[in-house]
Ligand binder design. Structure first.
Ligand SMILES: Cc1cc2nc3c(=O)[nH]c(=O)nc-3n(C[C@H](O)[C@H](O)[C@H](O)COP(=O)(O)OP(=O)(O)OC[C@H]3O[C@@H](n4cnc5c(N)ncnc54)[C@H](O)[C@@H]3O)c2cc1C
Length: 392
């Protein structure tokens, strides 16, 4: 039987960060990953360039039943600390938009950073190893694994959420939480594209591949970013963001001209070029195909001179307040994250330790803390990993 101070189950973002932090404190640490590839989601992230944090990260960027829970960990390990680590490893990066930091080269660099940190901290990593049974004992935990029996004083569960099941995601964290009597809140896919009702899809599908800057709102929350038309419905950053706030049956409202008072602008255009077609004029400020499709669908036609003030107001209203009722979401197959998870009431916000089970810690995405798109989810993985790594 192998004996460690700390066993971390899950070789992803939070698990590796936690393991290195604990290793540097002189703890003997083992990370157990069940797939062949450690850190697979890191490699997939940010379109292969890993949006590893966000310079504007704050507790306001997270959804949770308890919005205060994430504050302590984020305060003690803010984005600036991870940026320093990235700089120390000589990784070049850039701000893409809205404070989102991406590697110039590849996500591989962030995974290599974590693996190097683990190596320097003396952490042992094993992959393709399954944990079959966990039992609490007097001063720690006994694990039955496909690699033999193991024990540890502290056990950290860092197995992530349910998104991308064919990438290694499992419900392991939630099962362990339930085994020890911890409450698990309902989970659902988030940061995920919307599917549309057949009637909407029929006219929207031909626009597949076109992106347009929008402001989209649902249930009192609004995001101003880009939207992408797809052959299944709608995607792009604005849509992924609002998906975290959407419930089945809700409508979303899309403002296709967030930076323009369309009614006033159309009136001024009418003064300047009354004979111009509405569609031609709109095509100056939006993709011609989108204009054509939406104007045909909404039956907006004619020259500007033919359009009364009342009609222009109706047209502007439609473009600024497009109401759409998605039929659903694409689900965990394409979702970036899982909303919900282990109830934060069950954990210490300082250490991530389970209140009911000393020595057992939960970190990263399995906890009911879900970030906005833009590097916030990794920032939570780093911060919660460090919080537990300092306490194990
Ligand atoms: C396509 C995609 C792109 C993304 N891009 C970004 C981005 O650019 N920026 C950002 O901030 N966030 C991004 N995210 C979200 C981010 O990847 C996650 O929030 C983050 O990885 C969560 O860290 P974690 O440690 O909790 O889980 P993970 O990083 O998912 O790690 C969990 C690990 O546990 C392993 N595991 C699961 N079950 C078991 C088990 N039973 N036994 C042993 N091991 C197990 C998994 O195989 C995995 O290696 C993206 C997500 C996806 C899917």
């Amino acid at each position: 039987m192998r004996d460690f101070d700390v066993i971390v189950i899950g070789g992803g973002a939070s698990g590796l960060m936690c393991a290195a932090t604990a290793g540097y404190r002189g703890k003997s640490v083992l990370v157990i990953e069940h797939t062949r590839k450690i850190g697979r989601k890191i490699l997939m992230s940010g379109g292969g360039r890993c949006n590893f944090t966000n310079i504007h990260n704050s507790p306001a960027n997270f959804l949770s039943e308890n919005p205060h829970f994430c504050k302590s960990a984020l305060k003690r390990y803010p984005a600036t600390q991870f940026i320093e680590l990235v700089e120390r490893h000589g990784i070049e990066f850039h701000e893409k938009t809205l404070g989102q930091l991406f590697c110039n080269e590849s996500s591989k660099e962030i995974l290599q950073l974590l693996l190097t940190e683990c190596e320097w901290a003396g952490v042992e990593l094993v992959s393709e190893t399954r944990v079959e049974k966990i039992a609490a004992e007097a001063n720690g935990f006994h694990l039955l694994t496909s690699g033999g029996e193991m024990r540890c004083d502290s056990l950290v569960i860092a197995t992530g959420g349910l998104s991308i099941p064919n990438g290694g995601a499992t419900a392991f964290a939630f099962d362990v939480a339930r085994q020890f009597g911890l409450k698990v809140l309902d989970t659902r896919a988030a940061l995920v594209p919307f599917t549309l009702q057949p009637a909407d899809l029929e006219y929207i599908k031909p626009l597949s591949g076109i992106a347009h800057p929008v402001s989209v709102s649902c249930n009192g929350t609004r995001f101003e970013e880009s939207m992408l038309f797809t052959h299944r419905g709608l995607s792009g950053p604005a849509i992924l963001q609002i998906s975290s706030y959407w419930n089945p049956g809700d409508s979303i409202e899309i403002d296709l001209f967030p930076d323009l008072n369309l009614e006033e602008w159309l009136k001024s255009q009418r003064d300047q070029r009354p004979k111009a077609e509405l569609k031609t004029v709109l095509s100056g400020v939006m993709s011609k195909r989108v204009v054509q499709t939406l104007c045909d669908h909404w039956k907006f036609d004619g020259t500007l001179a033919e359009l009364s003030n009342k009609r222009l107001a109706q047209i502007a209203e439609q473009f600024h307040h497009w109401q759409l009722k998605p039929s659903g979401m694409e689900g965990y197959r394409t979702a970036e994250v899982t909303l919900g998870g282990i109830d934060t009431d069950e954990l210490s916000s300082k250490t991530m330790e389970a209140k009911k089970q000393p020595g057992l810690f939960f970190i990263g995405e399995c906890v009911d803390v879900t970030g906005h798109l833009g590097g916030h989810n990794f920032q939570w993985a780093w911060a919660s990993g460090v919080a537990a790594g300092q306490a194990v």
